[in-house]
Every structure is written in C-alpha cells, then in structure tokens.
Design a protein around this ligand. Structure first.
Ligand code: IFM
Length: 492
C-alpha cells in the first residue's frame, strides 16, 4: 500500500498515484456523454486499473452493512412483536433451509462485541436498521422504550469507537399488525411510517448520522408482493405497484418529519439499481426493463415523475393495471416523494442483459445467488449514469457484495477479495470521472439470515458459526482492513 497519501483529494492527486498518461487517455476515452441514446450508459469500454494503488479522496467513508431481521435474533425480547418476516418464515417451505431470523447472528445481545470487531477492522461507519416492531410493536400508537434504549446503546457504543451510525428505518420487516390491515398496499401505512420515523428522529436525532428511510423498496414490493418469495408472500402485481407508491410516499413524509424534527445528520433513500445492457440493436425492451428496475424509483424521488414504461402488458413491464396505479396517487404525492434529500444511497449487485422483446438474459457470470450477474464495470456505468441523467446529489454505495460459493462456514474467500477489489477500482474510476461518491459499505459485516435462502448463503466478511455464534474474520475482512488503513485499493 502506498505511503504519503495526499492531504486533500483532487483528480490530479488520484491521477498522479494512479498511473499517469495511459490512465488519463483511457479515462478520457470512457468519459460520459459520448452521445449514446441508450437508457443506461454502455460506455465502460475496456479499462485496466493502473499498476499503482488508487487512492480514494480524503475523508472517504468505508463501512459495512447489516439489517435488523437478518442479524438481531431475540425476536421476542423486550417487547418486540412479530413482523411480516416472522410470519412468513414460519410458513412451511417459505425458507429454503426451514430456518427463521431467530437466532440469526444474535446481534441484539452481541452488539458490543460486534462493534469491537468493526473497530478492529477500522470501519468508519456501520449501517444497520431499526426494527419497527421492536420500537412500535403494533406499528402505531404505543412506543416501546426498551427498544429505543437498546438502539441508544448501540449508537453510543458506535460513537465511543469513532464509528458513524448509518441508520435505516425500514429494511422489509413491517410490523405484522400493519400487514393485517393491508400493509404497504394501503395508503395509511405511509402515514404510520412517518409517525414511526418521527419517534426514531426524536429518540436518536441528536446524533450525527446518515439516515436512510427505506431499504430497497423495489425488492420489498416486487419479491414480497408480486413474486411471493419474500414476506408478506403475495403474488399480485397491482399490490406490488401500490406497495411501491406507498413506500415512496412514506419516504417523502419521513423526510419532511426529519426536517421538522431538526435531527442532526443527513437523510436519503437506499435504492437497489441495475445496469442493463442491450442484447440486440432494438432497445425498446431495454427501456422497459430499465424503467421497471431503475426509473420507477429514481424518477419519482429525484424528478417528481413516474416513467410511463414501467407498468403494462409488454415483456419487461410490471403486469399491473396502469389506471389502477393512477388512482392510488393523490394531488401532491409526487411533490412529497421528491422532497429533497441529502444523498442517494445506491445498492449495486450487478447487471442484466435485455433483448429486443424485453426478455432478460445473461451478460456476465453469476454468483451462488443466481440473480447476481457480476460485472464491476456496471458499477461505473451506473454511477456515471446517475450523474448524467439526474440532478446532482452526493452518492453513497450502501450495499455491494457477493456470497460464498458454498453454504459451509469458510474464512477463505479469495472470490470476495477479487470482487471487492474490482468494484472498488471501478468506484475510484467513477470518482475520477466526476461521480460525487462519498462512501462505500460492503454487504455484509456478518454471515446472516439471507431471507428465503436462510443461512445457506453467507454474505459476510466475518464468518458466523450459527451453532456457537463464534465470529471469525474472513480473509476478505483482513484485506478490507488494509484498504481502509491505506484509503487505497491496489491493482492486484
Ligand atoms: O441480504 C440482502 C439485503 O438485505 C438487501 N440487499 C441484498 C442483500 C443480498 O441479497
């Protein structure tokens, strides 16, 4: 790793440390705005990382992420009530290995030890989510102070170690009591979410933190309400698009409450986005998939509009009724949804290919998670596309990662080191080309409950033995600690 890192970051400093004229020429050749009319940039071209380590901007934040249901366990401790995920996971065959989020990684109990591990790695920030059904067991009304006390201890312990909290309000675990009256398919849930958000801002808003309203509203809406393989297990595209609109409305209302509460810190939304590449000359199908995967979320939040192409009867669209979707929307909703935020949190896992009809296909190798097509350049394309197509806003990568190839516990994970190295290089390249990227959180800090896969997919940089709850940093954690210490990523 290099020594004598520049005191302040500049394109020139990055350039100097990153390999000179060949890099500059390559970067110039790949600069955005090359005249492509495709809905996503396809300009990543061929680019090789420089031989010398690439140094990130001074103050760049390196973190790791988890979510409440995936790591906390203690599902009935201190007054917590069931969420949709407790209900769903208890159904026969809902989870591949028959497991539930109890005990997960037992972080409700072991948070202080985990924070020690984070400090040992040198993490600058920890992204975790609050459990709504701990804090407000019925989803509305009475507040459970024991839960707020717990999260206060978590936040204080992080701060004691110099680790910035990055707090997600909702990572898919809706209180079951709200699902029982319609969940996100109903407008009222957006209002309940705003009230819950205000409780959290009042309790923890004295802390300098990065708040995220929602985690991946797309996954919760589509996989939970359309495909049926996540909680709440519904298979109705009309309910899925209702869940999109009401989650986004809840996001906008929560941002308003954040400003009113005068909480410290910043707020944004965490969207999982995909770089889609054409498999044919004709790109209409690609535009539909791009609208469904990206613009259905980016456009309302950042521009105050919904794209026309996301919903309909054509391949690549959500097969919901456009007229019914229109009827959900009330005057002022899009203004609320596009309430200005302080950053956009981007979750990047990979790419897809789309043919002329809108059918998706393979353009890159997959990981053990079959939905994940791995192409590090897709991250560069995505970040530059955000810069090109949307109003300027600071960007954070709040999730990026890969599972182990085996469900067995392992600490030897060279594939993960390669994955992160190439993605970090593309992130640096995007910064060089003008992306205002400020932070990078790896998914995940710990092996954990991977939703419908149960404990069979291990995404952590720290291995967890779920029998004993023993933690062992994987090779990738040691490698990541080196990146953090140097604030730089090497070529190999
Ligand atoms: O584990 C999930 C996380 O909860 C949301 N983003 C994707 C991860 C890997 O599937």
């Amino acid at each position: 790793m290099p020594t004598g890192l520049p005191a302040t970051f500049s394109r020139r400093a990055l350039f100097a440390l990153a390999g000179g004229g060949a890099l500059a020429a390559a970067l110039a050749a790949c600069a955005p705005g090359g005249g492509s009319a495709a809905p996503v940039p396809t300009a990543s071209g061929s680019w090789a990382p420089p031989a010398e380590p690439i140094v990130f901007p001074k103050g760049f934040v390196w973190g790791a992420a988890t979510s409440a249901y995936q790591v906390e366990g203690s599902v009935s401790a201190d007054g917590r009530a069931p969420s949709v995920w407790d209900t769903f996971a208890a159904k026969p065959r809902a989870i591949r290995d028959g497991s539930t989020g109890d005990p997960a990684a037992d972080q409700y109990v072991r948070y202080a030890d985990d924070i020690d591990l984070m400090a040992g790695l040198g993490l600058g920030a920890y992204r975790f989510s609050l459990s709504w059904s701990r804090i407000q067991p019925s989803g509305s009304g009475a507040v459970n102070l024991a839960a707020l006390d717990h999260y206060r201890r978590v936040v204080d312990t992080l701060l004691d170690k110099g680790i910035r909290p990055a707090i997600t309000l909702f990572h898919w675990d809706l209180p079951q009591a709200l699902q029982d009256v319609g969940g996100w398919a109903k407008r009222d849930t957006a209002l309940r979410f705003a009230d819950y958000a205000e409780i959290c801002f009042d309790a923890l808003g004295d802390v300098e933190a990065d708040w995220m309203t929602l985690n991946e509203p797309k996954t919760h809406a589509y996989v939970g309400h359309w495909y049926g393989s996540h909680a709440p297990g519904l298979r109705n595209p009309d309910l899925a698009v209702a869940a999109v609109h009401h989650q986004l409305l809840g996001h906008g209302l929560a941002v308003q409450r954040f400003r009113e509460s005068r909480a410290k810190g910043r707020i944004g939304i965490a969207l999982n986005l995909v770089s889609a590449y054409p498999l044919a000359q004709e790109t209409e199908g690609l535009e539909r998939v791009d609208a469904r995967e990206n613009r259905f979320f980016l456009d309302p939040v950042l521009r105050g509009t919904y794209p026309d192409e996301a919903i309909g009867g054509l391949p690549g669209q959500i097969p919901a009724r456009p007229a019914a979707f229109m009827l959900l929307q009330e005057d002022g909703d899009l203004e609320t949804i596009s309430e200005p935020t302080d950053f956009l949190a981007v979750q990047y896992y990979g790419v897809t290919g789309v043919d002329a009809t809108g059918a998706e296909g393979s353009v890159a190798p997959t990981s053990a998670a079959r939905w994940q097509q791995i192409r590090a350049e897709g991250l560069y394309d995505l970040l530059l596309r955000l810069v090109r197509d949307y109003p300027a806003i600071p960007l954070l990568i709040t999730e990026n990662g890969i599972p182990d190839p085996t469900p067995e516990l392992t600490v030897d994970d060279p594939h993960r080191i390669d994955f992160f190295r190439t993605h970090f290089q593309q992130a640096a390249r995007a910064i060089w080309d003008g992306a205002p990227l400020e932070a990078y959180y790896v998914w995940s800090l710990l092996d954990n409950f991977e939703w419908a896969e149960g404990y069979r997919q291990r995404w952590g940089i720290i291995a967890v033995d779920f029998e004993t709850q023993e933690r062992t940093p994987k090779r990738s954690a040691e490698w990541y600690a080196g990146v953090i210490e140097a604030n730089a990523v090497a070529a190999t």
